[in-house]
Design a protein around this ligand. Structure first.
Ligand code: FAD
Ligand code: UDP
Length: 371
């Protein structure tokens, strides 16, 4: 008899399984319907021997000391500061928009102070910042919004920025200094031997059994267990009782080239041209030395594997109905990006799982043993 079946072996599922097994001494089965562990962070060597991320580029960054320390038990790290160029008006310019971006784009020699004045002169102040359009035009005005954000967002989400919550484009800051880095978090590192290796170590505990190619719906009646931790799509768990929650999907096209380095930056964004949004060259991320190189192109689409919850009010309303149902469902706990319908980064999934373990599961276990 397992104490817990954990559905999904990504960051959320693997963290909770690890804590339950190694700290609380529980017997855990973790299953995934994919043929591997790691969820969307799964990486592997392709035919050319290059380490690639099967579900698109995953760059680890966090401000949480707790999350960094926790994961450091399972991997060594390689320092990595991510940077992105974006193709605008025939130039490749740094994004997030910063002093370098503007001076290169307009041929100006602004100082930071002058750039602040420039932004103030072109901004369209909005009394309330509600949508992904508000966030950007309020800071940098319409022209920059249209060149850098509007079309990328339409392509990525199939929606205009005005139809998406502010949180989406607010992920990308605007700066008046020359900092070209994509992230400024305290910890910016990549697992030295890859994500999959890290997950293997998280799950290598005698109290944890791992089953891949195993959909929870197929195995649940065969495996005696008490509680369930579910990190798949919450609407699917409840058989779409209130209708489908919208998720955005992607198609990934990989291309190996016979050169050591193929593009000028780890990621190049294409807001205004091509059907794909961005192209990533993995060797920048992993630091791998190899005479060839592999790139991935991301093509957004509506149908397919659910990758992104879509942050907008009507979806949140629908999610709340599922959440209320989840609250009434004894013995099942929902976590992760799909289980709680949140546009979470990897570190946020780990933080959520650690906190749920500490605040909810440990107490439930204590109550069960004293009852
Ligand atoms: P997932 O990794 O999705 O794991 C859930 C697992 O559950 C899946 O493997 C699925 O197969 C399994 N599952 C679902 N239903 C069932 C079922 N019925 N039975 C069995 N198994 C089931 N985050 C960052 O921090 N940095 C980045 O650079 C970054 N880049 C990203 C790029 C892309 C293209 C995408 C899509 C996401 C990116 N993320 C990034 C976000 C990151 O992928 C997620 O935050 C994280 O992987 C989510 O972990 P999770 O455990 O919640 O879910
Ligand atoms: N975005 C944009 N132009 C860019 C980069 C980002 O319009 O050059 C918007 C777009 O809506 C995107 C969101 O900002 O979905 C968040 O970007 P991020 O790079 O964080 O996306 P993710 O890595 O999660 O796909």
């Amino acid at each position: 008899m397992f104490d817990y079946v954990v559905v999904g072996a990504g960051f959320a599922g693997s963290t909770i399984a690890e804590r339950l097994a190694s700290e609380a001494g529980k017997k855990v089965l973790i299953c995934d319907r994919r043929p591997h562990i790691g969820g969307n962070a799964f990486d592997h060597h392709d035919e050319a021997g290059i380490l690639v991320h099967r579900y698109g580029p995953h760059i680890f960054h966090t401000n949480s000391n707790e999350v960094y320390e926790y994961l450091s038990s399972f991997t060594a790290w390689r320092p990595y500061q991510h940077s992105v160029l974006t193709s605008v008006d025939g130039q490749l310019l740094p994004i997030p928009i910063n002093l370098n971006t503007i001076n290169r784009m307009y041929g100006t020699e602004f100082t930071s102070f002058q750039l602040e004045e420039f932004f103030a002169s072109v901004a369209e102040p909005r009394a309330q910042i509600k949508t992904s359009e508000d966030v950007i035009v309020n800071k940098v005005g319409r022209e920059l919004y249209e060149k850098f954000f509007r079309n990328y967002t339409r392509k990525q989400w199939g929606l205009d920025p005005s139809e998406l919550d502010a949180v989406v484009t607010a992920r990308v800051p605007v700066r008046t200094n020359r900092d070209d880095r994509y992230f400024t978090d305290t910890y910016q590192v990549m697992p030295l031997h890859g994500y999959t290796r890290m997950f293997e170590r998280m799950l290598a505990h005698p109290n944890i059994k791992v089953m891949v190619n195993a959909d929870y719906r197929e195995i649940r009646d065969m495996i005696p267990h008490r509680d369930v931790i579910y990190t798949g799509p919450i609407d699917e768990f409840f058989e779409y009782r209130f209708g489908k929650l919208p998720y955005r999907s992607l198609e990934f096209k990989f291309e190996t080239r016979g050169v050591a380095i193929a593009q000028e930056a780890p990621v190049i964004n294409y807001p205004n041209e091509n059907a794909y949004t961005r192209v990533t060259e993995f060797k920048y991320l992993t630091g791998q030395q190899h005479p060839q190189t592999t790139l991935v192109y991301e093509y957004p689409k509506a149908e397919g594997d659910p990758y992104y919850p879509i942050p907008r009010a009507e979806n949140q309303t629908l999610y709340r109905k599922y959440q209320a149902l989840a609250d009434q469902t004894d013995g099942v706990h929902f976590l992760g990006r799909l289980g709680t319908y949140k546009y979470y980064n990897m570190d946020q999934c780990v933080a959520q799982a650690l906190s749920y373990y500490r605040k909810v599961l440990i107490h439930a276990e204590e109550l069960a043993t004293t009852a």
